[in-house]
Design a binder for this molecule. Structure first.
Ligand code: ADP
Length: 989
């Protein structure tokens, strides 16, 4: 019903609009009333009208107490039209109770139905309000419920209302429930007290809206209506005529407007449901018609299509589209639109049923008009559509069929190609398994099979060079001549773009090789000379790197490479990759095999050498002249024990192997040391020359000198054996002890000898000094005149005594030094005066030979040493220089080096030969020379000098010399002599 409600106001407003226009400018009071009537009205200016205060929405009081409602709108219209003024009187309760006000109280009544009683006093107009009466029931009441089939269910009606009487007389069997007013009656229905209420719609709508009652519906339209008119005092007949005229001016549109203002439909209308079956039948009919229409269309289209296909097959061209089946189509479309129009009629019929309740005027004519427009436009539109649709649809269909046929042909071609390609791939894959074929042979086969399968003239296989700078042709197959050959290499520099593209694509399908970006570089040098029009290149990839390409070259114009052909080319490239891969793997396998054979040989050789070395070692251990044993480091047990060890310890190998080395062999006093030695060995340290005591089998103890180390394994595994090599040093130790004793005895004897020599020399020196003294006295004639002969003899004796004294002095000094009895007195003194003193001592001898003695020494250079001993050293060296220099010079110079002082004595003397130099510091040795006899000497000077320097003064003396050129003696002493540097003797500060 919602649809009907939607349409209803639209129709209504259309009608109001038309009728409003029609009646515009009419209904003026002056024109409808006669002179007498207007006069009567003037004579009766106040017309008292009784209005009901409590009959909404027909007549009731608003919030301000002003009468309002549907009926009041009629009175207002009458006042306007008739130019009268109604004085509205609200009846008292008593008057209401009397149900008929007397003419004393009112001139006019509204909403009064004509009754015989009332007609005694009142004149009644024709009814101006006409409300159909409906049966309102709960929404859930069964469809088709009506007063006729109400049975014992209670039906409400408002007491005193005409409906009540109507119900009573018309439906005597209905169980009537009298209610006070419509609102109460509706509530009874809503809450299930009664099954229905007989009422007019405006009042029922009002009550339902104001009480908020829902879920109620109009169940039945009753053939009874409320018709209410105006009543006028029976002595005011002219007024009745006036009012009738006034009421006649009120148009249906105005009536509808008033009705719409005061009454809004609050109920579901079940009348639709009454017609529901009809609607369903209609819908089913429509559906059937639509299906029939579709089948019809399908039949027509099929026919048209077949005709066209046949026509085209016969004539080779399309027939004129418009000529085909249009007639049939138009007919069928007209049928379709007739159906649509039928539907429209149905809708309008329904609308009529609804709308006619209020106002049927003009509805029919408008409906007919709309139907005509629908029919006409439907016909035209349908005709146009059918023609257009059919043609375009047919054309599309034909196109689709053509495409399908074309596609089918392509598909079958492609299937045939695929079968061929699969067979070719199978054949090539089979060849891969034949290990005796070389890569070149497989490449040749790939090229040939590819060329035949894809029907291409030239197929070539290329691989990159090691430096990836060029592509080298492995093979080139020419199909027409069935020839296998090779092409020249391609340089990267010549075709950079092509090389670059190879890195980016799996397959390069150059349908037009001259224009394709990747292959256009070949145009002049390759494509045109060979008449190549299209190229299909599939790249060979290995380890994410492109290693080559297979080129399929089509001769004679461009060629569209189908997708399956491109895939085939890709698969062929994969097979080529497999060839390369297999070849590389075989090479690697061969190399590996060789390598492993070499390895086995090396291992064998190594094993042999190890065995030999082991045998040698066993031999060495068995025959070594020293005791050797090996000990398991983890448990300390003896593992190996050689015969020499058996000899040294008295134990046999079989008795000691497996026994604890420390527990069995090591003597108690050496066990601690042995344990600490084991610790060091475990850490990987070598232990050398450790002396330990071992238990001998006889119960004695023998001392051993041991060296041991952990035996490292060749394979780097942790070492577990210690090899110990020992030596019985018991005898050696005893010998050593006796030697020490002997040396100590000898040293003591030597000291005694030195002391003896020293004291003897001293004893000799005293009388000798006296001899020299007296000889000097006699020689110088102090004890009397001596003749020349005596002088000569005394002189010889004097010289010999002096020489003897010098000899004795040296011997004493040497002896004291060796005996450790020579004291050292350290003091600080300037060096230069000391040297000058020495020079002065020998100056006379030098002058006698005309020798120049030169001294170069820094003034103030001081040393801390024993001055007396140093003087003795310098004097000895200087006097030697003078002694063994016949002419020339003696130079003395001083050099300071860090904390040392070097005093260099250089002479231009006779020099010393190598033999002399070797014995220079040996006691009593004098170098051979012609001066040996001429000069007096003991051969002790330099020996003593070196002893003083090295043993007392922490210095040294060195010499270089050349025979005939001279000698250089260098004395080196510390600037500061420290006590700890003195080797022997006593230090006296
Ligand atoms: P002596 O001078 O008493 O023989 P020395 O021990 O002082 O004993 O010297 C040993 C020998 O060294 C001398 O006999 C001499 O042959 C040689 N000798 C020493 N000094 C010089 C020198 N300056 N030039 C050459 N020969 C020298």
């Amino acid at each position: 019903m919602a649809d009907i409600n939607f349409f209803r106001p639209i129709f209504r407003y259309c009608l109001l609009l038309g009728l409003g226009l029609f009646f515009q400018g009419q209904g003026v009071a002056a024109e409808i009333l006669s002179q007498a009537e207007r006069g009567w009205l003037q004579a009766h200016p106040d017309i008292r009208v009784v209005v009901l205060p409590d009959y909404p929405p027909i007549s009731f009081l608003d919030a301000q107490g002003k009468p309002v409602g549907l009926e009041q709108d009629y009175l207002d219209l009458l006042e306007q039209r008739l130019n009268v003024r109604f004085k509205k009187v609200i009846p008292t309760l008593a008057q209401r109770a009397a149900n008929s006000p007397s003419e004393k109280q009112a001139d006019m009544l509204t909403l009064f139905a004509l009754t015989p009683e009332r007609s005694k006093h009142w004149l009644f107009s024709k009814p101006y309000l006409d409300f159909p009466i409906y049966l309102i029931t709960p929404e859930k009441a069964p469809i088709g419920f009506s007063l006729e089939n109400a049975g014992q269910l209670r039906i409400s009606a408002v007491e005193h209302y005409a409906t009540y009487d109507y119900l009573k007389t018309r439906y005597p069997n209905v169980h009537i429930e009298a209610v006070g007013d419509t609102c109460l009656g509706l509530q009874h229905v809503a809450f299930g007290v009664s099954a229905g209420l007989l009422t007019d719609l405006p009042v029922a709508n009002w009550c339902a809206e104001h009480l908020g009652l829902k879920h109620l519906k109009i169940a039945q339209s009753i053939d009874f209506r409320y018709q209410m008119g105006l009543a006028v005092r029976n002595d005011w007949a002219p007024l009745m005529a006036i009012l009738e005229k006034g009421l006649a001016t009120i148009t249906p549109a105005e009536r509808d407007a008033i009705y719409a203002r005061w009454s809004r439909n609050a109920f579901e209308d079940s009348i639709f449901e009454t017609y529901r079956h009809a609607f369903f039948a209609l819908a089913l009919g429509l559906l059937g018609l639509a299906i029939y229409q579709l089948m019809q269309w399908d039949k027509v289209l099929k026919l048209a299509l077949d005709t066209r296909v046949q026509h085209r097959a016969l004539n080779g061209r399309q027939p004129k589209p418009a000529a085909m089946a249009s007639k049939t189509l138009v007919q069928s479309n007209i049928t379709a639109f007739a159906v649509i129009i039928t539907v429209l009629c149905g809708v309008f019929a329904l609308a009529y049923v609804q709308y006619a309740k209020a106002s049927p005027v003009l509805f029919n004519s408008i409906a007919v008009l709309l139907l005509s427009i629908g029919l006409f436009s439907g016909f035209i539109f349908g005709k146009l559509l059918s023609r257009y649709d059919a043609d375009s649809y047919l054309n599309q269909l034909l196109k689709a069929i053509d495409e399908r046929q074309e596609f089918g042909q392509k598909l079958s071609l492609s299937e045939a190609r695929l079968a061929k390609q699969q067979a070719a791939l199978g054949q090539l894959a089979q060849r891969q398994l034949q290990s005796w074929l070389t890569p070149d042979e497989i490449f040749r086969e790939i090229a040939e099979v590819s060329a035949k399968t894809l029907n291409v003239e030239r197929v070539s296989v290329w691989l990159f060079s090691d430096d990836r700078e060029q592509l080298e042709c492995m093979c080139l197959y020419l199909k027409s001549s069935q020839l296998h050959t090779v092409a020249r290499p391609l340089q990267l520099g010549d075709f950079p773009c092509y090389f670059e593209q190879l890195k980016q694509h799996r397959v390069i399908a150059a349908h037009d090789a001259v224009r394709h970006a990747a292959t256009s570089e070949f145009t002049a040098c390759y494509l045109q000379p060979n008449q190549i029009g299209a190229m299909l290149d599939s790249t060979i990839w290995l380890d994410n790197q492109v290693i080559g390409v297979i080129c399929h070259e089509h001769i004679g114009g461009v060629r569209e490479w189908a997708l399956d052909e491109q895939n085939f080319a890709g698969s062929v490239a994969d097979l080529a990759r497999l060839t390369v891969e297999t070849h590389q793997r075989r090479l690697a396998e061969t190399a590996l095999r060789k390598y492993s054979e070499t390895l086995v040989q090396m291992v064998d050789a190594k094993t042999l050498s190890l065995q030999a070395s082991e045998q040698r070692l066993s031999y060495v251990i068995a025959h070594a002249p020293i005791p050797i044993l090996s000990i398991n480091i983890s448990n300390g047990e003896i593992a190996e024990f050689n015969p020499e060890a058996e000899l040294a310890t008295g134990y046999m190998r079989q008795d000691v192997v497996g026994q604890s080395f420390i527990g069995l062999l090591v003597a108690d006093e050496s066990q601690d040391m042995m344990l600490s030695m084991t610790g060091r060995l475990r850490k990987g340290e070598d232990v050398r020359n450790i002396e330990i005591w071992l238990n001998h089998a006889t119960g004695k103890k023998v001392e051993f000198l041991f060296s041991a180390c952990l035996m490292a394994h060749d394979n780097g595994a942790e070492a577990d054996f210690v090899v110990a090599i020992g030596q019985d040093i018991t005898q050696q130790k005893l010998l050593q002890a006796s030697l020490v004793q002997a040396r100590e005895a000898a040293e003591s004897a030597d000291r005694i000898k030195s002391m003896f020599v020293a004291s003897m020399s001293h004893e000799l020196r005293t009388p000798l000094n006296s001899i020299i003294g007296f000889l000097g006295v006699v020689l110088h004639g102090m004890s009397g005149e001596v003749n020349d002969k005596q002088k000569d003899q005394l002189g010889r004796a004097y010289k010999s005594a002096k020489h003897l004294l010098a000899l004795i002095s040296d011997v004493i000094d040497i002896s004291k030094i060796e005996a450790g009895y020579l004291n050292v007195y350290v003091e600080s003194f300037p060096l230069k005066p000391l040297l000058a003193e020495c020079i002065q001592t020998v100056q006379a001898a030098a002058d006698a030979k005309h020798l120049a003695i030169r001294l170069a020494c820094t003034e103030g250079l001081a040393v801390a040493s024993d001055r007396k001993r140093l003087y003795q050293v310098f004097l000895n060296v200087v006097s030697n220089a003078v002694k063994y220099t016949e002419q020339g010079f003696v130079d003395i110079s001083v050099q300071i080096e860090q904390d040392k002082v070097k005093i260099i004595f250089q002479d231009s003397g006779i020099g010393i030969d190598a033999e002399g130099l070797a014995k220079l510091f040996t006691p009593f040795e004098r170098a051979e020379s012609h001066l040996k006899i001429k000069t007096l000497g003991t051969g002790l000077g330099l020996y003593l000098t070196r002893k003083i320097l090295t043993q007392l003064l922490a210095g040294d003396i060195t010499v270089t010399s050349k025979v005939g050129e001279g000698s250089v003696f260098t004395v080196e002493i510390p600037k500061q002599l420290l006590a700890q540097n003195i080797q022997t003797s006593l230090l006296t500060p």
